[in-house]
Design a protein around this ligand. Structure first.
Ligand code: ZN
Ligand code: CU
Length: 493
């Protein structure tokens, strides 16, 4: 007589979206401990608990490829803004800024102030940062990069110049030490002063350490506007010279004169991808968000204030109104409101759609979790793609959208045994209703969980259910040594 096999939980009658882009299948799914035991036909498997999810989709948990969650993972480890969207893994340390390795005794130069309120919130040692995440775990997984701007702040006494030889050697040592501790790569934010003083060669010299450790590089490019084609070429050169994979962060064509140029940029990316590993991510909005100081000369017609140290009451208000009240130009008002942040309506809807639909584009929120009145992408990115762009606009299929959020980023960042619904993989799962999923966060009211996300599971444990956090914090800090070698171009076409 054959013995009946046992498992912890069975989800019955699911629309299974496996993450590869393949058509949905209908079937059951079994979870044992932190892994998927079986997917599809379960035979006579029996479970302690069963849940009928007829009418609902079940897919791998979403990977938010572009975040600034470095500190909020520790200070607010429930991570409601992300798990409420179905995100089960975040990539941190983007745009050149990370919480480690850095010890300074004066206020951090912008844009490092996106991450911290005080200088004592940095970690001098990357390993200690990862240890803090392990000892006080968040409710989702994290893959953490070192920021180039952070490295510069750690070793240079003035930042508005290229690093000299011995500074580069010190930065490289810090970077290597961090990679050995488990950092997955290095990001740059060459767009931002003062890191924009770093020449291409400085980044390449540091990137040799990435090659040696099989780590990757992500970049907020030097220019996303008029000189975007030059910036792409610089990015390709860094990847090719150092022989490392590069991810172009939040790809966009910024500023009215550059609207429509995504046809050109995506062609360049597509051509370059044939010779080197390249990735890119994007968020589903025509507005970006960053510190005010970065945008002083590039102000678009509409700007919303997200935070201001001297005028906290300005958060959520239009820059134009504030400038009028203060009888100032908008540039002057930006100076008066700094340090602060804003939402900048600087992209074209056609570009956003073309970039989102590009087969290699992953989804990254770029949400700024400590802003008083954040960009709605912080709470809305993933449901907005699945609701607005899939169901309403029909930009691509639900299966393709899920691929961009799961197997594609899992392959890019080397997330072993994640990103695909397959027996043996980790049980990072989202149960959602494809008919009702919808982002609720808006520019006026940005702090709001999405609709249609029924349950979210991380490493086999439920973290979000029926619109509420369950209190479980099963997230893991994934170290470079447990990641798979980086692989790109996993598109199913
Ligand atoms: Zn950025
Ligand atoms: Cu960013």
């Amino acid at each position: 007589m054959s013995q009946t096999k046992k498992t912890d939980l069975i989800l019955r009658n699911a629309r299974l979206i496996d993450g590869t882009g393949a058509s949905s299948q209908y079937g059951d799914l079994a979870i044992l401990d932190d892994r998927l035991l079986a997917v599809g036909e379960l035979g006579d498997l029996q479970a302690g608990r069963e849940l009928d999810v007829a009418g609902k989709a079940v897919c791998p948990g979403f990977v938010d490829t572009h975040t600034h969650d470095d500190r909020v993972l520790l200070s607010d480890p429930k991570m409601n803004c992300k798990v409420s969207q179905g995100v089960t893994t975040v990539v941190t340390g983007n745009c050149g800024i990370s919480l480690a390795p850095l010890r300074i005794d004066q206020s951090p130069p912008p844009p490092l102030d996106i991450l911290v309120e005080r200088e004592d919130q940095f970690f001098a040692d990357f390993g200690k940062y990862l240890l803090a995440l392990t000892e006080n775990p968040p409710s989702l997984n994290a893959v953490c990069q070192v920021g180039h701007t952070t490295l510069r702040a750690a070793v240079m006494d003035s930042y508005d110049r290229p690093a000299i030889g011995k500074e580069i050697r010190k930065m490289r040592k810090l970077l290597e030490h961090s990679l050995e501790a488990g950092a997955c790569g290095m990001s740059t934010g060459l767009f931002y002063a003062p890191a924009n003083a770093a020449p291409t060669s400085e980044v390449i010299e540091l990137s040799h350490a990435l090659y040696e450790h099989k780590a990757l590089h992500t970049t907020h490019m030097r220019d996303e506007g008029e000189r975007i084609a030059d910036s792409l070429r610089e990015t390709f050169a860094i990847g090719a010279e150092a022989q490392i994979p590069v991810v172009i962060s939040h790809h966009k064509c910024s500023g009215a004169p550059n609207h429509g140029r995504s046809a050109e940029t995506l062609t360049l990316i597509d051509q370059a991808s044939k010779g080197q590993p390249l990735g890119l991510d994007a968020y589903p909005y025509t507005a970006g968000s960053t510190v005010l100081s970065a945008m002083g000369n590039l102000l678009p017609e509409r700007v919303l204030i997200t935070w201001s140290e001297p005028f906290p009451e300005a958060a959520g208000r239009e820059l134009s109104e504030i400038a009028e009240e203060l009888a100032m130009s908008e540039q002057e008002a930006v100076e008066a409101l700094s340090p602060g942040g804003g939402i900048f309506f600087m992209m074209d809807e056609e570009d956003v759609r073309r970039i989102l639909a590009f087969p290699n584009t992953m989804i990254g929120s770029d949400g700024l979790p400590s802003d008083a009145h954040p960009h709605p992408r912080l709470w809305g990115t993933f449901p907005r793609v699945l609701g607005h762009y899939v169901r309403d606009v029909k930009l691509f299929t639900l299966e393709e959208a899920v691929r961009k959020m799961t197997s594609l980023p899992a392959a890019c960042f080397g997330l072993k045994d994640r990103g695909i619904l397959k027996a043996g993989n980790y049980a990072d799962l989202v149960i959602f209703d494809p008919d009702t999923i919808k982002d609720s966060a808006t520019f006026d009211d940005p702090i709001c969980p999405a609709q249609g996300i029924e349950q979210v599971m991380v490493n086999g444990r439920i973290v979000w259910k029926d619109g509420e956090h369950t209190g479980n914090r099963p997230g893991r800090a994934l170290r470079l040594q447990e990641l798979a070698p980086f692989r790109f171009n996993t598109s199913q076409e």
